[in-house]
Design a protein around this ligand. Structure first.
Ligand code: ASP
Ligand code: MG
Length: 479
């Protein structure tokens, strides 16, 4: 992306600000962290940089598991995790830091490892881990990786300082999946980073974590460091934000399903949101939200292949090609059907269902109404099925008892295949072509939905058909 960042407009004028977020695999070991430092160095010659880092790959999983085991009373498991945590970070310090930096950083890493140990020991004693305590523990990996990354940059002669995002990002109190309070976050972030920026010091901010107004540590949900990248970038009015990951960009389909899938050079914000909502792993679903109003472009680039241009996500894709842009899928879903009798209007039925789902925080993947009778059908992630069933059976207990509502029907092993493209709007025949392509492969469509925004068309098919279905549509639209 080096060439894409506009050079300073005139000598002496401030450089454009570039926010760069590096994911867990990009900072997975010493060699990769060194590569990241080189990427930062390259860009630092043309832009002012703010860095956001994830925990080293695998660390968050390890921390969460350790806490869970400890809360079940296992007093051994976290001791081995402690060793591993210390070993992985220490190895990076040994290999990449100057003696002076080691002297400064090793005691700090040791402190974090101690904090891990104290927390786990506490969990094992009380046999419980609260969401609040889990947030403090599960985001320790980010604190450690940011500490290391800043020290690596300093060892290379680049001024840098680790910043804990609890000092920048203000969130609500939804521990485990907190939402930022943007106005406060923007202010706090600018204020916290201003002195560093004035000195020309690169802030290296911890991804994933924030804090409530009272200063209690929260997290932004798994994979939330992408979100941190755009929250920080937007707060500082960055010229561009770059999410460095381990794939070349956003692809037309999952390459495991479609070997012919290719990188999409440019997609719109809305397309990216749609893709991440429907299971594309490349972005955390909330990532785009903070940049939409300010129209800041977000790049997806591969830290293992920085020469590849990647994907640009912006207000509107320049590529005006009509039709389908990408296909995504959710392979483990269930279709739930709920049928009301005449005495219960569809609106009554639907409002009750969605109020219940919203209380449980459950996202639906597709919703359809059959109008002749009061039949509501919707798809949910299989992981949510149990909660949905329990909740709805409770909410409709009386109606089911008195036969106003038939018992819930669940169709398991369903996959959602979703064709996405902003320019499908107003292009006739797209649904027809997709139908025919599936028909030619004898794939039965169980349900279909398209919103009036025509940004996506979703098909529910049997799980076992998902690969074929994605391939068929990919081929049909020559992606
Ligand atoms: N380390 C956190 C996770 O694994 C956040 C992130 O990497 O985006 O979920
Ligand atoms: Mg990620």
């Amino acid at each position: 992306m080096a060439e894409k960042v506009a050079p300073a407009k005139s000598p002496g004028k401030a450089k454009p600000l570039l926010a760069m977020k590096f994911g867990g695999t990009s900072v997975g070991n010493a060699e990769r962290m060194e590569r990241v430092a080189e990427i930062i160095r390259e860009h630092a010659s043309q832009a002012e940089i703010v860095v956001v880092v994830s925990a080293m790959g695998g660390v968050t999983d390890m921390l969460i598991r350790a806490a869970t085991e400890a809360s079940r009373g296992d007093r051994e498991h976290w001791k081995s995790v402690r060793q591993e945590l210390a070993r992985r970070h220490r190895e990076v310090a040994d290999r990449l830091l100057s003696a002076g930096e080691q002297a400064a950083v090793l005691p700090r890493l040791a402190e974090h490892v101690n904090q891990f140990e104290n927390l786990c020991s506490g969990f094992s004693l009380v046999r419980e881990v609260t969401p609040r305590a889990m947030d403090t523990l599960s985001s320790l990996g980010e604190v450690m990786s940011a500490t290391l990354m800043a020290a690596i940059l300093r060892t290379k002669g680049l001024p840098a300082e680790a910043v804990d995002a609890v000092e920048c990002i203000v969130t609500d109190e939804h521990f485990g999946n907190a939402t930022p309070l943007f106005a406060e976050t923007d202010l706090k972030t600018s204020e916290r980073l201003a002195p560093l920026r004035r000195r020309g010091t690169i802030p290296v901010v911890t991804g994933f974590r924030g804090a409530t107004r009272e200063g209690l540590c929260t997290t932004l949900g798994r994979g939330g460091s992408d979100y941190t990248g755009t929250i920080i970038g937007a707060a500082l009015d960055a010229e561009e934000i770059c999410i460095w990951t381990d794939v070349d960009g956003v692809m037309t389909a999952d390459p495991r399903l479609v070997p012919a899938a290719r990188i999409i050079p440019e997609i719109s914000y809305r397309e990216a949101i749609e893709l991440s909502f429907f299971g594309a792993k490349v972005l955390h679903p909330k990532t785009i939200q903070p940049v939409m109003k300010k129209k800041i472009p977000v790049w997806i680039k591969n830290s293992f292949n920085p020469a590849c241009p990647g994907t640009k996500i912006g207000p509107a894709a320049a590529n005006g090609q009509p039709g389908v842009k990408a296909i995504t899928s959710v392979s483990k879903a269930d279709l739930i059907t709920i049928s009301g009798k005449d005495t219960l209007s569809f609106a009554q039925l639907a409002s009750k269902v969605f109020a219940a789902l919203s209380l449980e925080g459950i996202a639906t993947l597709m919703v359809t109404q059959s109008s002749a009778d009061n039949v509501l059908c919707f798809a949910v992630h299989n992981a949510d099925l149990k909660r949905v069933k329990t909740k709805l059976e409770k909410v409709f207990e009386l109606e089911i008892l008195h036969d106003y509502v038939a018992a819930l029907e669940v169709m398991p092993h369903v996959a959602m295949v979703v064709a996405i493209g902003e320019n499908m709007k107003g292009t006739p025949g797209i649904a027809g072509r997709a139908f025919s392509a599936l028909g030619r492969r004898s794939i039965n469509i169980i349900a279909i939905a398209q919103g009036s925004s025509e940004l996506s068309i979703s098909f529910a098919v049997k799980s076992s058909d998902v690969k074929d279905a994605v391939q068929a549509i990919h081929e049909e639209f020559q992606l």
